[in-house]
Design a protein around this ligand. Structure first.
Ligand code: DGT
Ligand code: CA
Ligand code: CA
Ligand code: ZN
Length: 586
């Protein structure tokens, strides 16, 4: 059966782009790559778009022209793209594996295949070990070492899926199951409910009086790869390579207990079960039980259920505050809840602005006005336009001349949208190798929001890398450190940064640390956020939007902030624009 999820379509297009790049076809590869990115983060399912509006609707996706629309249509209709099959035949390499190796571009993949016959990760590793890559013209010892390092990372990652890439499919499954007759409720549990940045599998829970009906429907859902188990109250399916979905059906009276149990984390469960045991009770996926009257011997009659229908009543009975799923990692939340001292973490509707937005001035797909309107439609009251700077030539980064021109456009759009949304003048200024910045101070001084970030020399050793970032932060015009560690989950490891030193510097200089909401970045991580909260360092949750649909991704940044125990007070763009601006100026 064809997997028509956005993720599957995006992956195919990305691979076509990579194959074309291998053949040194100009321009097209980048077009495919960008469309793949857009589709990967589109809220609406491409298949649904197509069903509704045909090829014309496909062309409305940013970056999709007639050529790519044809390919998508062909895939949705036939389950195949002929060109893709041909390209794959010409160079039969495992792109999904090899593309994960840092520093290995399509051209290198092509060369390694032609000269050494390397088709997959295993063969690449063997070639590197045998020193065959160093001997190749255009590679050398250093690139062989780099590739070897990249192989190590690729092997250790990729087993877990990025939350944001799975979530749209999860919502679909939830909706489809909720529609079935007799189903009272469907909710996702496990690491997805805790909004972990990566997930091992998806755990769904349903309350139903007719478990058989829901199980039958579940295992025959369209677009699934195969059925792993099909039982009375528990079934498992595979929705794509490496991702299984478990569904359990529970009765209404145990719903809270089951939800609590299957939400986890395991360590959190163990901790609260200990609390129950201390009180002489027992807690499991069926409920919270108290020992009944002595002397009652029959099986099952000795324990009396005292809570189980809702999570709230379980926590309450245990003498603690309700604990939000994002906090359930046994990282101190149990003790805090017992002491009634849990923080009031930021809510999903709490953002007022977005301080990192790219436009078609550089590598964004849309104009300042379109992006501003999209942000407004999402309920935001302000955005900062932060296009890249000139060192990032491939994005057509801004120099002093062009950024001044951009200000005129921002002024004009601000006039047009007055009373709706405010657009701040910003930059995502490149941090150069020595920690100096890619725009002169005179320009930085005139900007409302100066974001800085590392986009090169990812491999510098820890001391040098940290010094580089600290030097950038010491510039008095710098407001925010964007995606501080530069990692891309499953694709690029973080730069080697002394995060404690960076947080201390932020404390000293008043710099804001960003939580980049792009699911594959999720940068800062939850544990870093917790450190910032403890240090009193402020953060911003930004979408890093390159297209209007990307504002929806803010949700993942909020999730990450919640996992790091951040409150509204910790997040500057949860503040009204006036208060936020005052903080920037300090
Ligand atoms: P994942 O799938 O690796 O991202 O992580 P989870 O947390 O979703 O783990 P999973 O799918 O293995 O199990 C779902 C939940 O079920 C887990 O969060 C807690 C609960 N659970 C699973 N195994 C155990 C166990 O051995 N003991 C306890 N107390 N709870 C468990
Ligand atoms: Ca799971
Ligand atoms: Ca599971
Ligand atoms: Zn960036």
């Amino acid at each position: 059966m064809t997997d028509t999820s956005n993720r599957a379509i995006a992956e195919l297009l990305r691979q076509i782009g990579e194959y074309l790049a291998m053949q040194q076809v100009p321009f097209k590869p980048r077009a495919y790559e960008r469309v793949a990115e857009t589709i990967g983060s589109l809220e609406e399912e491409v298949a649904a778009l197509y069903k509704r509006g045909g090829a014309a609707a496909l062309k409305e996706i940013p970056g999709v022209g007639a050529g790519i629309a044809d390919k998508i249509e062909e895939y949705l209709k036939t389950g195949k793209i002929k060109e893709y099959e041909q390209l794959k035949k010409a160079t039969p390499v495992r792109l999904d594996e090899l593309a994960r190796v840092e520093g290995l571009g399509p051209k290198s993949v092509q060369k390694l295949y032609q000269k050494l016959g390397v088709r997959n990760l295993k063969e690449l590793e063997a070639a590197a070990k045998a020193g065959k890559i160093a001997a190749l013209e255009g590679f050398g010892k250093k690139s062989e070492e780099k590739i070897a390092k990249g192989i190590g990372f690729a092997k250790s990652s990729g087993a877990r899926s990025i939350l944001g890439s799975v979530m749209p499919r999860v919502h679909e499954l939830e909706a489809a199951l909720a529609d079935i007759e007799g189903v009272q409720k469907v909710i996702v549990a496990g690491s997805v409910r805790r909004r972990k940045e990566t997930i091992g599998d998806v755990d769904l829970l349903a309350i139903s009086s007719k478990p058989k009906a829901i199980m039958d429907r579940f295992v025959s859902m369209p677009g699934i790869m195969n059925v792993i188990a099909n039982g009375e109250t528990k079934s498992s399916i595979k929705i794509r390579p490496g991702i299984n979905v478990d569904l359990r059906v529970v009765p209404k009276g145990s719903y809270g207990a089951a939800l609590n149990y299957f939400t986890g984390s395991k360590d959190h469960n163990v901790a609260i079960r200990q609390l129950a045991i201390k009180k002489g009770w027992k807690l499991n996926e069926y409920g919270l039980f108290e020992e009944g009257k002595k002397g009652r011997r029959e099986e099952g009659a000795e324990w009396k259920k005292i809570a189980g229908a809702s999570e709230e009543e379980i926590y309450k009975k245990l003498g603690m505050e309700y604990i939000e799923p994002e906090l359930r990692e046994n990282m101190g939340e149990v003790q805090a809840a017992l002491a009634h001292k849990l923080p009031k973490i930021i809510g999903y509707g709490d953002l007022q602005g977005d301080l990192q937005v790219q436009t078609d001035w550089t590598d964004g797909s849309d104009s300042i006005e379109t992006m501003a309107r999209a942000a407004f439609a999402r309920g935001l009251k302000y955005i900062a336009v932060t296009d890249h700077t000139k060192r990032l030539a491939m994005t057509h980064g801004l120099d002093e001349v062009r950024i001044k021109k951009q200000w005129a456009e921002i002024d004009a759009v601000n006039k047009k949208l007055a009373g709706k949304i405010k657009i701040l003048k910003g930059t995502e200024c490149d941090i150069l190798k020595d920690g100096s910045l890619d725009l002169p101070d005179g320009i930085l001084a005139k900007l409302d929001v100066v974001g800085v970030s590392v986009h090169s020399f990812f491999d510098m050793p820890r001391a040098a890398q940290t010094a580089r970032v600290l030097r950038a932060m010491a510039n008095p015009h710098v407001d925010i450190l964007f995606h501080p560690t530069g990692r891309i989950i499953n694709r690029r490891p973080p730069i080697d940064l002394d995060i404690d030193a960076v947080i201390a510097a932020a404390k000293r200089t008043g710099a804001i640390m960003e939580i980049d909401a792009l699911p594959e970045r999720s940068d800062l991580r939850d544990e870093h956020i917790r450190k910032c909260v403890d240090a009193g360092v402020r953060m911003a949750i930004d979408s890093d939007a390159h297209a209007p649909a990307h504002f929806a991704l803010l949700e993942y940044g909020i999730a990450q902030a919640r996992r790091g125990w951040a409150t509204k007070e910790d997040i500057v763009n949860a503040w009204p624009v006036g208060k936020m601006e005052k903080f920037l100026k300090k």
